[in-house]
Every structure is written in C-alpha cells, then in structure tokens.
Design a protein around this ligand. Structure first.
Ligand code: CTP
Ligand code: MG
Length: 168
C-alpha cells in the first residue's frame, strides 16, 4: 500500500473510526430500542446499542472531523467527515438490527460485517456527498482491508485490557 493511499484512508475513515471506537468505553447505558421486542420475538437492536454510546460516538466523530478539517483547512470536508461518522454509527445500528433478525445474540460475532458496518455507512455517506472517489475499487479494497486488520487488533487489545468482554 503506498503512502498516498494510506493518507486518503486516514482522511476519509479516520473520523468514522474514532467515532466507532468511542462507544466501546461506555459499556452500559440506555438501550436505543427501549427494550422493544420485534415481531420475531427478538430485541429490535439489543443492549449493545445505547444512547450514551451514540452520543460519545457523535462527539468523537465531531472532534476527529474538526481536527482533520483544520489540518486540511477545509470546512466542507469537516462537514462531510462528520456526516460520514454519523452515517457510520447508523451503519453499526443497522448491523445490530440485521444481526438480531438473523438470530445472532448481542455480542455474538457476525464476521466481516461486525468490522465493516461503520465503514460501509461512511462510504455511502461520502458517495452521496459527492466524494465518489471513495468508490474506486483499489482504494475501497485497501481501506476495508486496513479497517478489518485495525479492528481485529484494537478489539484484541481492548479484550486483553478488559475494556471489552469478547475479543471481537
Ligand atoms: N455501543 C453503545 N452504543 C452504540 C454502539 C456501541 O453503547 N450505539 C457499545 C456497547 O457497549 C457495545 C460496544 O459499544 O457492546 C461495541 O459495539 P458493537 O461491537 O457494535 O456491539 P455488540 O456488543 O457486539 O452488539 P451487537 O451484537 O448488537 O453488534
Ligand atoms: Mg456492530
């Protein structure tokens, strides 16, 4: 992977990554789904999606986007990066909805989607916001590969530090 691809990955996915990592420190909170059970008798989202987690994620995404926007001296990109971070958090919420419908319990793994849920949300946001270059196949493959590797590494560290109770 060459340096300019790495810089672009950080530019586009840095804030969504920070935003996605923040809720992990929350652990417990008020479930977004208000404990509601769906027609399939399973939770709508589950206890892993909380308002507190969402709020810290939005805050983290805001601060990281601000840093990137200031560094690039680009207000428009700050806005897009912040929106992409929120879209990433929504992607994670949608992923939990899908997991529950598939009968996967909160915290149980759905490989690949668990790691890429937020990245897919962020990619869609950038594409909609006119940053279509994120859809370049070589860039997308590099970004998603790096995110998968980083996700697995950081989650293993978080597990070893007992921040997370499962290594995924
Ligand atoms: N989290 C949160 N609120 C959110 C997103 C995440 O509180 N909106 C916290 C929860 O403590 C969650 C942790 O971040 O356990 C990690 O998120 P994730 O891996 O997406 O959740 P899981 O516990 O694996 O739950 P799910 O099976 O629904 O993906
Ligand atoms: Mg998830």
């Amino acid at each position: 992977m060459n340096a300019s691809i790495l810089v672009d990955i950080l530019k586009y996915y840095g804030a969504p990554m920070v935003s996605n990592a923040m809720p992990v420190f929350i652990g417990k909170g008020t479930p977004i789904d208000k404990n509601i059970v769906w027609i399939d008798n399973k939770r709508l989202l589950g206890d892993g999606k909380t308002w507190e987690g969402l709020a810290t994620g939005i805050l983290g995404g805001f601060l990281a986007s601000l840093a990137i926007g200031l560094y690039l001296n680009n207000t428009l990109f700050f806005t897009k990066s912040f929106i992409a971070s929120i879209a990433g958090l929504l992607g994670d919420i949608i992923e939990s909805f899908v997991k529950r419908r598939l009968g996967i319990k909160r915290g149980d793994p759905l490989p690949v989607l668990d790691q890429l849920d937020f990245a897919i949300g962020a990619t869609i946001a950038y594409a909609v916001l006119g940053e279509g270059e994120v859809l370049d196949p070589a860039f997308l493959a590099s970004a998603y590969t790096l995110i998968m590797v980083l996700h697995v590494t950081t989650n293993t560290i978080a597990y070893l530090l007992k921040i997370k109770d499962r290594p995924w």
